[in-house]
Design a protein around this ligand. Sequence first.
Ligand SMILES: O=C(O)[C@@H](CO)OP(=O)(O)O
Length: 238
Amino acid sequence: MAKLVMIRHGQSEWNAKNLFNGWIDTKLSPLGIEQAKEAGQLLSETGIEFDHAYTSVLTRAIETLDFVLFEIGQMWIPESKSWRLNERNYGALQGLNKADAAKKWGDEQVHQWRRSYDVLPPLMDSYDEEVTVEGETYPSYDRRYADVPEGELPYGESLKVTLERVLPYWNDEISKKLLAGENVLIAAHGNSLRALAKHIEGISDDDIMGLEIANGQPIVYDLDDELKVVSKTILTKD
Ligand SMILES: O=C(O)[C@@H](CO)OP(=O)(O)O
Protein backbone atom coordinates (compact mmCIF):
# COMPACT_ATOMS: atom_id res chain seq x y z
CA MET A 1 0.00 0.00 0.00
CA ALA A 2 1.49 3.34 -1.06
CA LYS A 3 1.07 6.69 0.62
CA LEU A 4 0.28 9.86 -1.29
CA VAL A 5 0.57 13.20 0.48
CA MET A 6 -0.68 16.37 -1.20
CA ILE A 7 0.07 19.82 0.20
CA ARG A 8 -1.25 23.12 -1.05
CA HIS A 9 1.45 25.77 -0.81
CA GLY A 10 1.46 28.18 2.14
CA GLN A 11 -0.25 31.54 1.75
CA SER A 12 1.19 33.44 -1.24
CA GLU A 13 1.74 37.19 -1.40
CA TRP A 14 -1.30 37.41 -3.67
CA ASN A 15 -3.46 35.10 -1.48
CA ALA A 16 -2.73 37.62 1.29
CA LYS A 17 -3.91 40.48 -0.95
CA ASN A 18 -6.97 38.50 -2.16
CA LEU A 19 -5.81 38.63 -5.81
CA PHE A 20 -6.42 35.99 -8.47
CA ASN A 21 -3.02 34.31 -8.61
CA GLY A 22 -3.21 31.55 -11.25
CA TRP A 23 -0.03 31.18 -13.30
CA ILE A 24 1.45 34.49 -12.13
CA ASP A 25 4.59 33.59 -10.23
CA THR A 26 4.38 35.00 -6.71
CA LYS A 27 6.27 34.08 -3.57
CA LEU A 28 5.12 32.85 -0.17
CA SER A 29 4.09 35.55 2.27
CA PRO A 30 5.70 35.52 5.76
CA LEU A 31 2.60 33.65 7.01
CA GLY A 32 2.93 31.25 4.06
CA ILE A 33 6.51 30.43 5.07
CA GLU A 34 5.31 29.64 8.60
CA GLN A 35 2.49 27.47 7.20
CA ALA A 36 4.94 25.55 5.00
CA LYS A 37 7.25 24.89 7.95
CA GLU A 38 4.28 23.80 10.09
CA ALA A 39 3.14 21.45 7.32
CA GLY A 40 6.59 19.86 7.43
CA GLN A 41 6.47 19.56 11.22
CA LEU A 42 3.03 17.90 11.07
CA LEU A 43 4.25 15.52 8.40
CA SER A 44 7.40 14.66 10.30
CA GLU A 45 5.20 13.32 13.14
CA THR A 46 3.79 10.70 10.73
CA GLY A 47 7.24 9.28 10.03
CA ILE A 48 6.39 8.76 6.35
CA GLU A 49 9.48 8.04 4.24
CA PHE A 50 9.02 9.46 0.75
CA ASP A 51 10.52 8.06 -2.42
CA HIS A 52 9.72 10.95 -4.78
CA ALA A 53 8.44 14.52 -4.58
CA TYR A 54 6.57 16.50 -7.23
CA THR A 55 5.79 20.16 -7.57
CA SER A 56 4.80 22.74 -10.16
CA VAL A 57 7.06 25.29 -11.86
CA LEU A 58 5.64 28.10 -9.68
CA THR A 59 7.78 29.53 -6.88
CA ARG A 60 5.18 29.36 -4.10
CA ALA A 61 4.79 25.58 -4.48
CA ILE A 62 8.54 24.97 -4.90
CA GLU A 63 9.30 27.03 -1.79
CA THR A 64 6.68 25.04 0.13
CA LEU A 65 8.18 21.73 -0.98
CA ASP A 66 11.65 22.89 0.09
CA PHE A 67 10.48 23.91 3.58
CA VAL A 68 8.55 20.64 4.01
CA LEU A 69 11.43 18.45 2.86
CA PHE A 70 13.79 20.34 5.15
CA GLU A 71 11.49 19.87 8.15
CA ILE A 72 11.12 16.13 7.52
CA GLY A 73 14.84 15.68 6.86
CA GLN A 74 14.29 14.31 3.35
CA MET A 75 15.73 17.05 1.13
CA TRP A 76 17.76 14.41 -0.69
CA ILE A 77 14.86 12.54 -2.33
CA PRO A 78 14.37 12.84 -6.10
CA GLU A 79 12.13 15.75 -7.14
CA SER A 80 10.33 16.53 -10.38
CA LYS A 81 8.72 19.80 -11.42
CA SER A 82 6.06 20.13 -14.08
CA TRP A 83 3.91 22.92 -15.50
CA ARG A 84 1.10 20.33 -15.47
CA LEU A 85 0.90 20.73 -11.66
CA ASN A 86 0.60 24.54 -11.90
CA GLU A 87 -2.37 26.38 -10.45
CA ARG A 88 -5.41 26.69 -12.74
CA ASN A 89 -4.69 29.46 -15.27
CA TYR A 90 -7.17 32.18 -14.27
CA GLY A 91 -6.92 33.92 -17.65
CA ALA A 92 -7.84 37.62 -17.70
CA LEU A 93 -8.74 37.49 -13.98
CA GLN A 94 -5.10 37.12 -12.93
CA GLY A 95 -3.98 40.09 -10.82
CA LEU A 96 -7.55 41.28 -10.13
CA ASN A 97 -8.87 41.57 -6.59
CA LYS A 98 -11.51 38.88 -5.90
CA ALA A 99 -13.78 41.22 -3.90
CA ASP A 100 -13.58 43.88 -6.68
CA ALA A 101 -14.41 41.19 -9.25
CA ALA A 102 -17.48 40.19 -7.21
CA LYS A 103 -18.62 43.83 -7.16
CA LYS A 104 -18.14 44.11 -10.92
CA TRP A 105 -19.55 40.76 -12.12
CA GLY A 106 -21.60 39.64 -9.08
CA ASP A 107 -20.92 37.10 -6.33
CA GLU A 108 -22.55 34.22 -8.19
CA GLN A 109 -20.52 34.70 -11.39
CA VAL A 110 -17.26 34.92 -9.46
CA HIS A 111 -18.22 31.84 -7.41
CA GLN A 112 -18.86 29.95 -10.66
CA TRP A 113 -15.45 30.96 -12.01
CA ARG A 114 -13.74 29.93 -8.78
CA ARG A 115 -15.51 26.74 -7.83
CA SER A 116 -17.64 25.31 -10.66
CA TYR A 117 -16.30 22.31 -12.55
CA ASP A 118 -16.63 23.53 -16.10
CA VAL A 119 -17.15 27.31 -16.28
CA LEU A 120 -14.17 29.01 -17.94
CA PRO A 121 -12.87 32.34 -16.61
CA PRO A 122 -12.51 35.20 -19.13
CA LEU A 123 -9.54 34.26 -21.28
CA MET A 124 -6.34 36.26 -21.63
CA ASP A 125 -5.65 37.52 -25.15
CA SER A 126 -1.98 36.67 -25.43
CA TYR A 127 1.11 35.56 -23.58
CA ASP A 128 2.69 38.91 -24.50
CA GLU A 129 0.46 40.49 -21.85
CA GLU A 130 2.02 41.45 -18.56
CA VAL A 131 0.18 41.88 -15.28
CA THR A 132 1.04 44.95 -13.21
CA VAL A 133 0.11 45.08 -9.53
CA GLU A 134 1.21 47.89 -7.22
CA GLY A 135 3.83 49.03 -9.73
CA GLU A 136 5.39 45.57 -10.11
CA THR A 137 5.17 43.86 -13.48
CA TYR A 138 4.77 40.10 -13.85
CA PRO A 139 5.25 38.37 -17.21
CA SER A 140 2.69 35.87 -18.47
CA TYR A 141 5.30 33.82 -20.30
CA ASP A 142 8.90 32.90 -19.64
CA ARG A 143 11.34 30.16 -20.56
CA ARG A 144 10.02 27.70 -17.97
CA TYR A 145 7.22 27.03 -20.45
CA ALA A 146 9.50 26.40 -23.43
CA ASP A 147 8.77 22.64 -23.32
CA VAL A 148 4.98 22.98 -23.30
CA PRO A 149 3.74 21.27 -26.48
CA GLU A 150 2.54 23.56 -29.28
CA GLY A 151 -1.03 24.69 -28.69
CA GLU A 152 -1.20 23.47 -25.07
CA LEU A 153 -0.43 26.74 -23.27
CA PRO A 154 -3.72 27.67 -21.55
CA TYR A 155 -5.32 31.11 -21.89
CA GLY A 156 -7.70 30.45 -19.00
CA GLU A 157 -8.86 27.18 -17.46
CA SER A 158 -11.94 25.76 -15.77
CA LEU A 159 -11.32 23.04 -13.20
CA LYS A 160 -12.23 20.51 -15.92
CA VAL A 161 -9.57 21.86 -18.26
CA THR A 162 -7.11 21.94 -15.35
CA LEU A 163 -7.81 18.26 -14.67
CA GLU A 164 -7.32 17.44 -18.35
CA ARG A 165 -3.80 18.87 -18.28
CA VAL A 166 -2.90 17.42 -14.86
CA LEU A 167 -4.10 13.90 -15.77
CA PRO A 168 -1.41 12.98 -18.34
CA TYR A 169 1.23 13.72 -15.68
CA TRP A 170 -0.66 11.71 -13.07
CA ASN A 171 -1.11 8.77 -15.46
CA ASP A 172 2.34 8.75 -17.06
CA GLU A 173 4.43 9.69 -14.07
CA ILE A 174 3.00 9.96 -10.55
CA SER A 175 0.61 6.99 -10.55
CA LYS A 176 3.36 4.71 -11.85
CA LYS A 177 5.48 5.45 -8.80
CA LEU A 178 2.51 4.76 -6.49
CA LEU A 179 1.66 1.53 -8.33
CA ALA A 180 5.27 0.45 -7.75
CA GLY A 181 4.65 0.95 -4.00
CA GLU A 182 6.57 4.22 -3.69
CA ASN A 183 5.45 6.95 -1.28
CA VAL A 184 4.86 10.23 -3.09
CA LEU A 185 4.67 13.85 -1.92
CA ILE A 186 3.05 16.53 -4.11
CA ALA A 187 3.31 20.24 -3.26
CA ALA A 188 1.00 22.15 -5.58
CA HIS A 189 -1.98 24.51 -5.68
CA GLY A 190 -5.59 24.86 -4.55
CA ASN A 191 -7.10 24.01 -7.92
CA SER A 192 -4.54 21.59 -9.38
CA LEU A 193 -4.99 19.62 -6.13
CA ARG A 194 -8.80 19.92 -6.23
CA ALA A 195 -8.60 18.48 -9.74
CA LEU A 196 -6.38 15.60 -8.59
CA ALA A 197 -8.56 14.96 -5.52
CA LYS A 198 -11.62 14.80 -7.79
CA HIS A 199 -9.92 12.12 -9.88
CA ILE A 200 -8.44 10.12 -6.99
CA GLU A 201 -11.54 10.21 -4.77
CA GLY A 202 -14.10 9.98 -7.60
CA ILE A 203 -15.85 13.21 -6.54
CA SER A 204 -18.80 14.21 -8.77
CA ASP A 205 -18.86 17.36 -10.92
CA ASP A 206 -21.41 18.89 -8.51
CA ASP A 207 -19.74 17.89 -5.26
CA ILE A 208 -16.34 19.23 -6.29
CA MET A 209 -17.79 22.74 -5.90
CA GLY A 210 -17.74 22.23 -2.13
CA LEU A 211 -14.16 21.01 -1.84
CA GLU A 212 -11.74 23.57 -0.40
CA ILE A 213 -8.07 22.83 0.17
CA ALA A 214 -6.39 24.93 2.86
CA ASN A 215 -2.90 26.36 2.62
CA GLY A 216 -0.25 24.17 4.23
CA GLN A 217 -2.42 21.32 5.54
CA PRO A 218 -1.03 17.96 4.41
CA ILE A 219 -3.62 15.53 3.01
CA VAL A 220 -2.47 11.96 3.59
CA TYR A 221 -3.97 9.18 1.44
CA ASP A 222 -3.42 5.47 1.89
CA LEU A 223 -3.97 3.91 -1.53
CA ASP A 224 -4.53 0.25 -2.37
CA ASP A 225 -2.86 -1.66 -5.22
CA GLU A 226 -5.30 -0.14 -7.73
CA LEU A 227 -4.85 3.36 -6.26
CA LYS A 228 -8.28 3.34 -4.64
CA VAL A 229 -8.44 5.47 -1.48
CA VAL A 230 -8.32 3.33 1.68
CA SER A 231 -8.06 6.30 4.03
CA LYS A 232 -7.74 10.07 3.88
CA THR A 233 -6.44 12.19 6.76
CA ILE A 234 -5.93 15.94 6.81
CA LEU A 235 -3.15 16.96 9.21
CA THR A 236 -3.83 20.13 11.19
CA LYS A 237 -2.34 21.73 14.28
CA ASP A 238 -5.53 21.35 16.35
O1 LIG B 1 -6.02 32.79 -6.96
C1 LIG B 1 -5.82 31.59 -7.25
O2 LIG B 1 -5.05 31.24 -8.13
C2 LIG B 1 -6.59 30.51 -6.50
C3 LIG B 1 -5.86 29.88 -5.37
O3 LIG B 1 -5.03 30.70 -4.67
O4 LIG B 1 -7.76 31.13 -6.02
P1 LIG B 1 -9.18 30.46 -5.79
O5 LIG B 1 -9.15 29.89 -4.41
O6 LIG B 1 -10.09 31.62 -5.92
O7 LIG B 1 -9.43 29.45 -6.85
